[in-house]
Design a protein around this ligand. Structure first.
Ligand code: GLN
Length: 302
């Protein structure tokens, strides 16, 4: 594995310089683009890592998998009355489908869907922020995980687009709580700081039929695990989900912080990170690294 990882770093690092670091908030714009890391965690607990695998970054939309998992555990099937399970074929922050689909977002991974899921978690937890932080600390085994206050505040300051979605959904009666409060919590989740090793470990329940390999905690049932992986495979990379399936062939979830997590069911959880993004808002070098990894190890689920 170590030789493969070294080869991938050699292959992929020349791509750095051809993408753009997320610039919608000042706090993300100042991240050094010259960073690249990989961590792979097997369901039997072996860890392989290379490069900047221990450097913290903003997990952004990768957090949508954690909030979905929390909501699924509580609401079960009933949650699908408020959010769909179809790929949107639209950018992550699009509003267009909400208008003619009566405020029901296409899936839980586009922003509109994640906002509805945050609204559900707001109804369920006295402090969703505390619940989420404890959850990711437990899943990753890292008790130091924190929110980046600067990123969270900056997201809130530039909230117009996400706020528009939330208010539009409220107008269709698909929002129960105070919009500004839910937005705060959604942005807090996006602003969690983790590194590749934390994320590979935190996602390992999805490569182990729902149980966390390092703690033994049962997070989801086998069936729910299959469902989350299916949603990641069809919608985890927004309007690039098809391309990701074609090139990588694994369930995956990206964030505009440059992280991408991928699951090799029943085997591995993987996190790659490099801050420069392509036009769809997914890590450019990260995509290439996952493609090379799945190619050389023969990981595709297809
Ligand atoms: N915080 C970002 C937003 O809400 C998350 C987007 C992403 O990572 N794709 O727009």
């Amino acid at each position: 594995m170590d030789t493969i990882l070294k080869e991938i770093v050699k292959q992929v690092t020349p791509l750095i310089g051809s993408g753009e670091v997320a610039s919608y908030i000042p706090a993300l714009k100042k991240v050094d683009p010259n960073q690249f890391g990989i961590a792979i965690y097997s369901k039997s607990g072996e860890l392989y890592e290379i490069g900047d695998s221990r450097v913290d970054f903003s997990i952004q939309s990768i957090s949508k998998v954690f909030s979905l998992t929390l909501a699924m555990k509580h609401y079960g099937e009933s949650m699908w009355e408020r959010v769909g399970r179809e790929p949107s074929g639209q950018p992550f922050n699009s509003l267009v489908q909400l208008e003619y689909e009566y405020g029901i977002p296409r899936n839980p991974f586009i922003n509109a869907g994640a906002l509805v899921v945050s609204d559900m978690n707001q109804s369920r937890f006295a402090s969703p922020q505390h619940a989420m932080r404890e959850f990711v600390r437990r899943l990753s085994g890292n008790k130091q995980i924190q929110y980046d206050r600067q990123v969270a505040d900056s997201e809130f300051e530039f909230r117009a687009r996400n706020a528009s979605m939330a208010y539009l959904m409220q107008s269709f009666n698909n929002f129960d709580n105070d919009v500004e409060k839910v937005l705060r919590n959604y942005f807090n989740n996006c602003a969690i700081k983790m590194n590749c090793v934390d994320l590979a470990k935190a996602f390992s329940f999805l490569s182990n039929k729902g149980a966390c390999p390092h703690s033994g905690e049962r997070v989801l049932t086998g069936q729910e695990t299959k469902q989350v992986n299916a949603l990641m495979a069809t919608s985890g990379l927004y309007d690039e989900a098809g391309n990701f399936a074609y090139r990588v062939g694994l369930p995956g979830k990206s964030g505009v912080g440059g992280g991408i997590v991928a699951i090799v069911p029943d085997q591995f959880s993987v996190c790659v990170w490099s801050p420069e993004l392509n036009k769809a808002g997914n890590s450019l070098a990260g995509m290439a690294a996952l493609e090379a990894l799945s190619e050389s190890i023969g990981w595709s689920v297809f």
